[in-house]
Design a protein around this ligand. Structure first.
Ligand code: CS2
Length: 488
């Protein structure tokens, strides 16, 4: 089959919507760090829409911080790829044209820094996942002993981390007499803009105080809330897209139709007309972020652990299980009183809409995928909510079961005795704890509560929390996930 490229578009199926602007005139104004499926289905689609309405120098240069695979798939396609939106009613196909070159940081950090430092670059956006910030998830501060940070301080011209790259590029801009770019975090972190600002400033201050002050005075780090469910693309998706579009696309992205983006409108050097295509430009992102991180992601993680243990491969299957659906309702009832509703939003309606999104049978989002990196996700998804509930002296049964399910999951063996492929920066620590504790809920929970980067110093000293988790964990070991949830 012919490969998708800019010169084979005549063979592209009529069913695919094409860029409605002249791609040959597009120049890059955004460098995106961490070019995964999510950014290609979210930031790139919003940018594509904005270019169609108001053309400008807002093409996207992608950058992979680790592996070359995205570049290797996209470069032969001139950066073109298909976005397949899967609604229960049927697929919607779109060719995304705003992505140009893809750089691979480890191959040439200098080339990436030069691109970020170029006067043409006005925004550096990021989706590097929670662990890509090299911070302590419980406090949001830079981990000065993180191996990538240690490396980057020793090799400031060849950084590996997003923070190291941003500081190197801002340093080069300052030296060249340019202003900063806007650093736009699009990751699921609380106060993502403020956290990134703090990390960049702290990293800069370790080597160049003047630079740190310049960043503090001139830098722009808007907070954002990003939302679209985008499961990892599978070989089956690739084969299906080829059949639908009539060309071979090695890098399609698959997402749900729903999307949302709330952005704090503080940019240093302009931005695409995202507000004209549905992005919400707001002065306060926090209410959106609380709602999304706590209600969507908190439910996603809890459901992923319980669902995986109960033998459900996808979120759609898990949320279609009546026992787990009832659990979700109970979980949202505990979360909602801790969330200030963004203007115009009724949180119970938001919860119902989430349930429908989770159940979308056309999206196969693996529970295993969401279960990854729990150490980086739990604090903002569940533990902050638990702290608020304890302060309100309110029940935390469903929330604590989410945490217990995570513990049961990272113990590394499923309910049939099969090894779980636990992916997490702390996976080795979990394995060690699990070896020492066996199936003893008290020993296992205590050792995991001792990880301060996750639980902080306060939660392990809260018996209402620790006892609830321990009780649930014992039940999960004894009865299994489904029976434990059913007995709630
Ligand atoms: C998911 C998110 O993988 C995960 O942890 O919870 O990627 C989720 O699908 C997105 O945040 C939805 O916007």
């Amino acid at each position: 089959m012919t490969r998708l490229t800019k010169s084979t578009l005549s063979a592209l199926s009529e069913a695919v919507r094409r860029p409605a602007y002249d791609r040959a005139r597009l120049t890059a104004g955004i460098v995106h760090l961490g070019l995964g499926a999510f950014a290609r289905a979210h930031l790139c689609e919003y940018t594509e829409d904005a270019l169609e309405l108001e053309f400008g120098a807002w093409g996207v240069t992608g950058a992979s911080l680790q592996r070359p695979d995205q570049r290797d798939r996209l470069a032969p396609q001139d950066g073109l790829y298909t976005l397949l939106k899967r609604a229960p009613a049927g697929p919607d196909l779109r060719l995304i044209g705003c992505l140009g070159e893809v750089l691979v940081a480890p191959e040439s950090p200098a080339a990436l820094i030069a691109r970020m430092a170029s006067p043409d670059t006005r925004i550096v956006s990021l989706t590097v996942t929670e662990k890509g910030y090299c911070h302590d998830p419980a406090t949001g501060r830079l981990k000065a002993d993180h191996p990538d940070i240690v490396h980057d301080l020793a090799h400031p011209d060849a950084p590996r981390s997003a923070v190291g790259l941003i500081v190197a590029a801002l340093k080069a801009r300052r030296a060249a007499g340019l202003g900063p770019f806007t650093a736009l975090s699009c990751d699921n972190l609380p106060h993502n803009g403020g956290v990134l600002r703090g990390l960049v400033r702290d990293f800069a201050a370790l080597s160049d105080d003047g630079l740190a002050k310049w960043i503090e005075a001139n830098g722009a780090f808007p907070a954002t809330m990003v939302d679209r469910i985008v499961p990892a693309t599978t070989d089956a998706d690739i084969a299906e897209v080829a059949g639908l579009i009539g060309l071979e696309d090695a890098a399609p992205v698959i997402g749900e139709p729903f999307r949302q983006w709330a952005i704090q409108d503080v940019f240093a050097a302009g931005r695409p007309a995202w507000e004209r295509v549905g992005a919400q430009m707001v002065s306060e992102v926090a209410p959106f972020e609380f709602m999304k991180l706590r209600m969507l992601n908190g439910a996603h993680s809890s459901l992923a652990y319980l669902g995986y243990l109960a033998g459900h491969e996808t979120v759609s299957e898990a949320s279609g299980d009546p026992v787990l659906a009832r659990y979700l309702e109970g979980l949202w009832a505990e979360i909602i009183p801790t969330v200030p509703a963004p203007q115009g939003v009724v949180l119970s309606d938001y919860a119902q809409a989430l349930l429908a999104r989770f159940r979308n049978p056309a999206i196969r989002h693996r529970t295993w995928q969401i279960a990854m990196d729990g150490s980086q996700k739990l604090p903002q998804r569940l533990l902050g909510t638990i702290r608020d509930r304890l302060r309100q002296d309110a029940p935390i049964d469903h929330l604590a079961l989410g945490v217990a399910a995570w513990m049961r999951y990272v113990s590394g063996t499923d309910e049939k005795g099969v090894t779980i492929d636990v992916r997490d920066p702390l996976a080795a620590t979990f394995a060690e704890n699990a070896r020492a504790a066996g199936r003893d809920a008290t020993t296992l929970s205590r050792s995991l509560f001792g990880i301060e980067a996750i639980f902080g110093g306060d939660l392990p000293r809260e018996p209402r929390f620790t006892q609830a988790v321990e009780r649930h964990l014992a039940a999960l070991f004894d009865k299994g996930a489904r029976a434990t949830v059913a007995a709630l």
